[in-house]
Design a protein around this ligand. Sequence first.
Ligand SMILES: [Zn+2]
Ligand SMILES: [Zn+2]
Length: 303
Amino acid sequence: MKVVPLGTSSGKPTLKRGLSALAVVCEREWLLFDCGEGTQMQIARAGLSPSRLAAVFITHLHGDHFNGLAGLLGTMGLDRRSQELTVVGPVGIREYLDTLARLRTLFIEYPLVLREFSAISELTVVYEAADFAVSAHSLDHRVFSLGYRVEERPKPGRFNLDRARELGIPEGPMFGVLQAGSPVKLDNGRIVEPKEILGPERAGKSVAYCLDTRPCASSVELARGVDLLIHEATYTNDLTEEARQYGHSTAAQAARTALEAGAHRLLITHFSTRYPDAAPLLDEARAIFAETALAHELSEVFV
Ligand SMILES: [Zn+2]
Ligand SMILES: [Zn+2]
């Protein structure tokens, strides 16, 4: 899995930073988290193919996270997308898109699956694919906001080629059958079980996306043991009161969430425009949680 930040500014764009959006790239498809204005150009710059975009997850309906959605959906229509797209987010998206369609501003002819939520009281699966699942939980912002967690499904153990040869399994389709978890029968009548050939099952990778939010128990739950926590860090600690008032987190609070959740790494984003240089945010977070990095637009973060 790979994460590509597409926009890292909070509230409004700057000449160096665009509005919130982040891609999580899986093996066969990719997922978009938030879609601030300008996201479709960042998608092009990142070399991500819109035709492989499987689902969009909107955290909340503040414009800096949402204003790029209609444009992106419209472009995929112009590109004659035919495959289904899922959009997950707070209630209001359907009404918004329906209004644009009624005004004949937006034309979507491909199948759009909309999953809207107005409350979530526990970690809930909101999207499932063959290789991963996405769950959501409500965060603590000024408006209803959803945090997300992407979890790859466990992968089968490594195939032991030497052992396969010892047992006399002919190279070819039987290898695939065993790798997929089914037994095979050899010419001599012996049945080989997958566990004889495969190493222990390997845990899938996981990523949590928590913005916008004050520090809260549900972000800790979303981030529990994740390989990478992506968390907003709008302010430095001297502005803790502003952060609380506007429903945001400081870099120190993001770091404490990562620490409490037992996350392996932290990527901070959603920087206030008052920090043209985000180094103070990074320093503040690293003093609490060493494995912190700043989100840089179009950089690739391997999970
Ligand atoms: Zn925001
Ligand atoms: Zn917001």
